[in-house]
Design a protein around this ligand. Sequence first.
Ligand SMILES: Cc1ncc(C[n+]2csc(CCOP(=O)(O)OP(=O)(O)O)c2C)c(N)n1
Ligand SMILES: [Mg+2]
Length: 533
Amino acid sequence: MISVRQATVELFRSHGLTTWFGNPGSSELTLLEEFPDDFRYLLGLQEMVPVGMADSYSQITGRPAVVNLHTAPGLGNAQGALYNAFVNKTPLIVTAGNQRRVMQNQYCLLTNIEPTTVPKPFVKWAAEPAIASEAPAVLAHAIHLATTPPMGPVFVSLPMDDMQAELDDRQAADIAAVRDRNVMQAVGFPADLAGRISARLDAAASPALIVGGDVERYGARDAVIGLAERTQSVVWTAPLTGWSGFPENHPLYQGMLPPGAGWISQALIGRDLVLVIGAPVFRYYPRVPGPYLPPGASLIHITNDPDEAARAPVGDAIIADLRSAAEALLAVAKPSQRPAPPPRSPMPDIEHAVAPLKPQTLWRAVGRAAPPDTLWVSEAGSNETAITTAIRPAEGFSHLSAAGEGLGFGLPAAVGAQLAAPERPVVALMGDGSMHYAITALWTAAHYRIPVTIVVASNAEYGILKEFGRWEKTPGVPGLDLPGLNVVDTAASYGVDAHEAHATDEVTELVKSGIADRERPTLINARTTPLDA
Ligand SMILES: Cc1ncc(C[n+]2csc(CCOP(=O)(O)OP(=O)(O)O)c2C)c(N)n1
Ligand SMILES: [Mg+2]
């Protein structure tokens, strides 16, 4: 006889899911008891932290990740982070305990009365087993669904008495069969379709490739680089998709498209064929008047997400496996004699300056301190444009942000990224406002000795909201100033090695020593100029 808990643990083990992120409560104790020695559990002090850590950990390892939360309130606290994971298309297996089945009707303490409703619509699927013995099978269902493109978070509610139920031999055998099943996706891309797209690329006078985070997540990056080089196409990153999808220092690379329809059609003027791979068309933010595309341009959209294909306002879409599609296009692409496009404007010179620093100056000082394999995680409001100008990594999986833009991702994600890539330096680039949504991730980093380096641009305001307010012509909005934050003392209180940088040289030195310290997290705060300075 084995218990449902034991069968559940075996299921996770057989899928290689032995790193769990969570914040427990009484209703999870029956799942977590006798936690196996070959598993590890990373505690976050508030639910955004384990979800954000698991999100980046999953994206970087290319594997699903497990999150344990505490019934309705824990799941509720996690909702903003789940929203990010959903937009990031991250395969998270999220569980939460529930009150014992026999006590749910009275709404006893901690009953999650509608467990499958709470995380919607930010999960692909949510379930509670109809009967205790089915819990491992429901979890297997969840794992397979989460990892099928387009991937995403799933949720399983586990009433606490389910874990203690015993499986008879027949039930145990059925669960073992479910545990050992494989679910695979057949991939490929029709050669004739690749040929037709290639012919259009070849006939175009001035094609542009627009790539997104899914190019990295789904392994299409190398083929996309080859395709751009072979066809001499200029490359942009689509707005707000989480990863840049292309080497940011490549001569064909133009940067991230600004997130407005009018801005994008302006940036693409002169392009007659736009090929979008692995991104939605497009994640606009303000309403910027203008056509979706410049005159004379047509658009082909290759995505693995049927909803992305269906909702785009322009272009023809092909739903396909991204890597197969990019490789098929590369295999038939005709080498082009098109002249190389003019390169992006060079990185600004670094000047010596004392705080408060201009954002551009701060990020150049940070960028020059870090080795080329640094993995950057940014959540920095008004600093983002300056960051992509001043820091241009070449490797894949080098620049992560939340595609959902829900704040509270950056700090936990940086900690999860450092856990996923211990051999790479991970540097978080944070705004002072963004820093505080999931600030207890600092404790997790210090407690588990995760040596992430965090740089905070402290302008004492929600600068980007002030900028946006100018664009929208909404003067007099309250709640946009953040006086009196002391992030250095706060970080130190969590056990982080925390410093104030007063000038560019100090920024560079502190970032270097922070990266060199492989034992502890380091935080560097620098005052930056507010919007109206
Ligand atoms: C969960 C959540 N709450 C609120 C917002 C709205 N928001 C977007 S950017 C921003 C301010 C970011 O400020 P900061 O990190 O200090 O960067 P700055 O713009 O000042 O450079 C806010 C509050 C959000 N995106 N997500
Ligand atoms: Mg700020």
